[in-house]
Design a protein around this ligand. Structure first.
Ligand code: RP5
Length: 170
């Protein structure tokens, strides 16, 4: 078969991959954060068990293509983040997607329980995990990007103000 290639158009810094289009409802929350922060990114389906050759090619090309991190979401027996991490030293941020039968506890355990030596930074199950994975990626990039760091501080400050403005129905 042909080796899949992943053209840089435009050059993404963060790759967002997921095991199925059915993961999009969750993973769109990562993409939304990256869009809000103006971080160049791409999003695509790379299924570990249905597209293993594509998974290997994506991981092998991630570094040479300039990706700074890969956010990988999957559900069930969620091999995608771990197998990507096995094939690249680009940091992999894993998002457990809620599964139908076990509500994502299976996904969480599959992603978080990496054996020693090949880490996957694992986030919460579902939408919060997807958003936080993207915020974590932003914070990594912000270490070397003062403008992005300022945006991240503004984001945190807005959250603080929103929490201070909260009222209770007393
Ligand atoms: C995993 O299986 C995907 O990440 C998805 O969460 C789950 C179900 O996939 P579909 O059957 O909806 O394609 O590979």
């Amino acid at each position: 078969m042909n080796t899949p290639s992943f053209p840089n158009t435009p050059k993404p810094l963060i790759g967002v991959v997921m095991g199925s289009s059915s993961d999009w409802d969750t993973m769109q929350h990562a993409v939304q954060i990256l869009t809000d922060f103006g971080v160049a990114h791409e999003a695509r389906v790379v299924s570990a068990h249905r597209m293993p050759d594509d998974l290997f090619a994506y991981a092998e090309q991630a570094g040479p293509r300039g990706l700074q991190a890969i956010i990988a979401g999957a559900g069930g027996a969620a091999h995608l983040p771990g197998m990507l991490a096995a094939k690249t030293t680009v940091p992999v941020l894993g998002v457990p997607v809620a599964s139908r039968h076990l509500q994502g506890v299976d996904s969480l355990h599959s992603i978080v329980q990496m054996p020693k030596g090949v880490p996957v930074a694992t986030f919460a199950i579902g939408n919060a995990g997807a958003a936080n994975a993207a915020l974590f990626a932003v914070s990594l990039l912000a270490l070397h990007d003062a403008a992005l760091a300022a945006k991240l501080r503004d984001f945190r400050a807005a959250q603080t103000e929103a929490a201070r403005a909260m009222t209770l129905p007393l």
